[in-house]
Design a binder for this molecule. Sequence first.
Ligand SMILES: C[S@@+](CC[C@H](N)C(=O)[O-])C[C@H]1O[C@@H](n2cnc3c(N)ncnc32)[C@H](O)[C@@H]1O
Length: 289
Amino acid sequence: MSAHIPEGEVHPPKSHPPEERAEAWSSAAEAYDDFAEGATRHFAEDAVRLVRLRPGSRVLDVAAGTGVFTFAAARRGAEVLATDFSAGMIEAIGRKCAAQGLTTVKTAVMDGQALTVEDASFDVAASLFGLMFFPEHDRGLRELLRVLKPGGQAVVTTWAPPSRGEMFRLIGSAVMKALPNLPPPSKPPHWAALGDADDLRRRLLSVGFARAHVVSVTHVWTFESPEWLEQRLSSMSPASAGLFEAMNAAQRETFRRALIDDLRERQGEGPFAVTNEGLIAVGTKSSGT
Ligand SMILES: C[S@@+](CC[C@H](N)C(=O)[O-])C[C@H]1O[C@@H](n2cnc3c(N)ncnc32)[C@H](O)[C@@H]1O
């Protein structure tokens, strides 16, 4: 069966990691939305408060996913263009806009490393937990800078390094029980290159932002049960789906039990929660004066 490839959706060769594949994110869109509503939404609410965003501001959301930043900005009265290279994600945003009767949000399938929008056309350009997956981080940052009006602001969020993330530790320990012979990763994931606050600030300045600052924020992600979390994990991102595909049925069961037992041992009958640490970087374009 030949898949319909929507205009703008990016299909790199199969050799690319799953996080760089639009169709892998499209398959994850439904489960990802549950994660985003509980986890990344809190960072989006911080991000809209950290930039100069007013009613009528023109806002670009790059790698928008299911739209946490898009909707946070729209609630503040902004006119938003939500973009993502995954058609599945963009369709999810479209459905939410239709359900809410929202007319201030437009959507487009677009690669964040080659935005098909004009120079200097937005007051705010954002990429929350999205640009971190681009093969070339600086290319994504330069695109945000390019599309900003003079004095406009970009906001970018990433996760802190995996060693500081409770969720990564929880998953890592369950993986070690399921796959005890798996060698430890030889290098940190590509996205972790943006996980240091000082480096991230320097990176924004080096691509041409006139000013930049980075804040570290920790939020609690609450969920209804360990079983709920385990079910979502198998499909909520290309990386977690890949992990499940690499396990046979017995290994999956060991993983499942380890994750559930770990959470129940710590949190009994709940409420269940893990903390997520993220970095929020704000870059300001020169006003040209
Ligand atoms: C972890 S999700 C983040 C979504 C949303 N911004 C949020 O904070 O919940 C990563 C998103 O980046 C998108 N993405 C990854 N690489 C991309 C690229 N090169 N261009 C555009 N979108 C991309 C994926 O399709 C996915 O929707």
